[in-house]
Design a protein around this ligand. Sequence first.
Ligand code: UDP
Ligand code: MG
Length: 134
Amino acid sequence: MATNRTFTMIKPDAVENGHIGGILSMITEAGFRIVSLKLTQLTTADAKAFYAVHSERPFYGELVEFMSRGPIVAAILEKDNAVEEFRKLIGATNPADAVEGTIRKKYATSVGENAVHGSDSDENAKIEGDFFFN
Ligand code: UDP
Ligand code: MG
C-alpha cells in the first residue's frame, strides 16, 4: 500500500545557486505538505552512509564529495502516494532526460549535480527520513 510520506534533499548545487525557495515553491505548489524541514550539512561519513547502496558504483566517490561539500535542505513531505508522485515531480536522474515541468529539468545541471533527492520506495522514505529526523 502506498504511504503518504517521502523524503527529499535539496542538494548542495541547488543551495549554492540560490534555489531553495524556488524548489520549495514547486514542491508545495504540487500539493506536498512539508512535515519536517532543516538546513544542515552532511559529513563525509554521513554521505557515505546515506548512499551506501551505491558504494560499488563508479560515481560513488564523486557523489560523496559532492553531497558533503556544502549545506543541503532535508525534508519529509506528505501527499497521497507521496513516493511515486514526488519521483514524477523531480524527473529523471539525468536532467537531459527530465521532462518539462520537473524540478530537475529546471534546476539540475548534470547527472551528478541534479538539484534534488527523492526516495525510491516507502521503505527507503522511512529509513532516509529517520536518518535526518529522529
Ligand atoms: N549519480 C551520478 N552519476 C550517475 C548516476 C547517479 O553522479 O551516473 C548520482 C546522482 O546525484 C543521483 C545519485 O547519484 O541522484 C543517486 O543515483 P540514483 O540512481 O539513485 O538516482 P536518483 O534516485 O537520485 O534519481
Ligand atoms: Mg535513488
